[in-house]
Ligand binder design. Sequence first.
Ligand code: 4AD
Ligand code: MG
Length: 455
Amino acid sequence: MSMRTLIKSALSSSQALEAITVKGWVRTRRDSKAFSFIELNDGSSLQNLQCIVDAGVPGYEDIERMSTGAAVGITGKLVESQGAGQSWEVHASSVKLYGEAPTDFPLQKKGHSQEFLRSIAHLRPRTNLYGAVFRMRSRLAFAIHQFFKERDFSYIHTPIITASDCEGAGEMFRVTTQSQGAKDAPESDFFGKNTFLTVSGQLEGEAFACALSNIYTFGPTFRAENSHTTRHASEFWMVEPEMAFCDLEDDMDLAEEFVKYLVRYILEQHEGDLEIFNKFVDKGLVERLNFVAERPFQRVSYTEAVEILLASGQTFEYPVSWGANLQSEHERYLTEEHFKCPTTVYNYPKDVKPFYMRSNDDGKTVAAMDLLVPGIGEIIGGAQREERYDILESNMQAHGLSKEEYAWYLDLRKFGTCPHAGFGLGFERMLMFVTGMKNIRDVIPFARTPGHCEF
Ligand code: 4AD
Ligand code: MG
């Protein structure tokens, strides 16, 4: 067999070809006496390539075993298709069976529930929907790097194993080589202290922003929070830009520009994949994405948001009052019902936010911001950081953080401190937003949630 061509490039060929080889997995096969039709998919695009295999060509003796799911190679001519809906098809001169898929192949039948497909996460990328999800995931990651490259941000790889709890929520997975019995002797553990999987690369990102000016991290983060929602995972990816000489206003501007850029990128570069989401997952998707790409976002202070919620006449499960954190139902009311567009809420009460956020002059609020989007709620959380040594030190004390453990972080305020700000975008939540997928477990290749780590 000659060199393999991806089906995506075969389908976009500008001319007929004398010889082409495609390889992939059989989606369907139909037989007549004189020939068989094989719909082949190799995951390079949503589209299948139709192949006509005349009875008797080399390899045809295996045709019965080239059933749905089998891995097959086909060599032949690329010719104009007679059928509707596709431009090219292959007339095979030979076929080759690489691996058959016996009758217990779970994707033999169509129309499985997303829930069932989750239980076969190793096979679901071979379906149309999940193939599209994971091509979108790859595209969105690329768009993120492109956005920051265009703006001269440096990509920093912050550590996965860490000794600090950035969010101070105590939701960390321990990293240890000790057996159960030795658990309470951190000094004899691998690193000589307690260590964890990171919940955020922010603190380390700040050190690099206060050196390279504009940086971002983009990597896996881990949270041992016992949340059973469609928007929480125990392992997820976060994008965290951090900018020196930047205040909350600039931070909110960048966050909004970023979300718009990613939406626009997906609208322009989806290579046909958006159709499956718009057709089968969320019929208003493309319209909503266009709306988000074109219209300005709303911006309100936390105090104004509370007033809106109190005046709404809605009954919420969690009562609204100044000083309490906004719950997901409140966030969704603001973005879905009240503003009906992405909304940034800023200046939250000090007491509900982490130690590193900059205190405002009112003494009650901090320079925090959350970007909320319809259908999901919070997609970005960020803040201007406290750059004043004394205030940071007393905030750390109030949060019970050890001055020794965070001495390096305080150093950033001792040596050439400057105003700086940043945010974190939940990568999976953004992917849910641009695909309309409703459960975070369906946009991660192998999801980890409380009680679930099957693969
Ligand atoms: O709001 P969070 O907790 O902010 C931080 O971690 C900051 N250190 C970020 C920064 O300023 N550099 O998380 C940021 C975003 C959330 O808005 C949400 O989109 C996502 O990360 N996120 C989760 N996504 C999936 N599963 C979870 N358990 C998540 N927790 C947060
Ligand atoms: Mg948050």
